[in-house]
Design a protein around this ligand. Structure first.
Ligand SMILES: NC(=O)c1ccc[n+]([C@@H]2O[C@H](COP(=O)([O-])OP(=O)(O)OC[C@H]3O[C@@H](n4cnc5c(N)ncnc54)[C@H](O)[C@@H]3O)[C@@H](O)[C@H]2O)c1
Length: 258
């Protein structure tokens, strides 16, 4: 089996760290041409040193003007687009619903949901020109289960699945595949912070939350950023040519979120 990704033109949003960086590197290892954006200029500067072959733009995906500039720069850097990885997403607040500010609610929706919409809008005309076009939208296990104390995040991640299913039907006629990824808890600093916030909100130790989370997975482990990256790369390859409209869990068989 050959992924055959030589020359595939890929844009990964929020590609300067975490799952986005793992995905950008996985594509680059397979010979794809990769452009990333991120809101964090310092992280982009460090990427320029560590991975000079990956081109970069500064962008806030929640801002329509910034996204328009990103796609102009992507066209200049890649000369077209075959795969969009809508990865940017923030954790949002961890709090009881009645304590969440409207500002926090709106920012979570703006980055996690509107950001994917804005990038898809700009990507579609470019993807229509491709013979192997795909979009991967990052949802979450929180897009499959209820997630107490994380209502803005869960609402956006369920929304991503609605966006994905609808776009898959709408774009199938153009040969564009659209899938969502539903990662479970990914080992790393972000999930450590999530466990710590949830523990603080519940008044228990962070290890208690971590153990509860592991107990809800059949494989009793966290997943890695590379696990998610490999699934995204497969879906963008010709091997995934007939897979569209799905929300794929990569989550060690998570049964519920705590
Ligand atoms: N880490 C997990 O456990 C986990 C689980 C399920 C789903 N996800 C989803 O996977 C995606 C990536 O998560 P991660 O854990 O790698 O995140 P991360 O926090 O490690 O990295 C996020 C990156 O996004 C960038 N970013 C933040 N706001 C942005 C914006 N408005 N515009 C552009 N870039 C922005 C940050 O600068 C950072 O580089 C997210 O959509 C997240 O919701 C993560």
């Amino acid at each position: 089996m050959d992924l055959n990704l030589q020359g595939l033109r890929v844009l990964v949003t929020a590609g300067a760290s975490g799952i986005g960086l793992a995905t950008a590197r996985a594509f680059a290892r397979e010979g794809a041409h990769v452009h990333v954006c991120d809101i964090d200029e310092a992280a982009l500067a460090s990427l320029a040193t560590s991975d000079p072959g990956i081109s970069r733009s500064t962008c806030d995906v929640a801002d329509a003007t910034s996204v328009a500039r990103l796609f102009h720069e992507t066209q200049l850097a890649l000369g077209g687009l075959d795969a969009l990885v809508n990865n940017a997403g923030i954790a949002g607040p961890t709090a009881a619903c009645e304590d969440i500010t409207l500002r926090d609610w709106e920012r979570t929706l703006a980055v996690n949901l509107t950001g994917q919409f804005l990038c898809a809008q700009r990507a579609i005309p470019m993807l229509r020109q491709s013979s192997n076009a795909s979009i991967a939208n990052l949802s979450s296990a929180a897009g499959r289960f209820g997630f107490p104390l994380r209502t803005p995040y869960a609402a956006t991640k369920w929304g991503v699945i609605g966006l994905t299913k609808s776009l898959s039907i709408e774009l199938g006629i153009h040969g564009i595949r659209v899938n969502a990824l539903c990662p479970g808890s990914v080992a790393g600093p972000r999930i450590d912070a999530v466990f710590a916030s949830k523990a603080a909100a519940r008044g228990v130790a962070a290890d208690v939350v971590r153990e509860e989370a592991l107990a809800k997975t059949s494989l009793h482990r966290l997943v890695s950023a590379d696990d998610i990256a490999h699934a995204i790369v497969f879906l963008a390859s010709k091997l995934g040519a007939n897979i569209s409209g799905h929300a794929l869990p990569v989550d060690a068989d998570t049964q519920a979120l705590v």
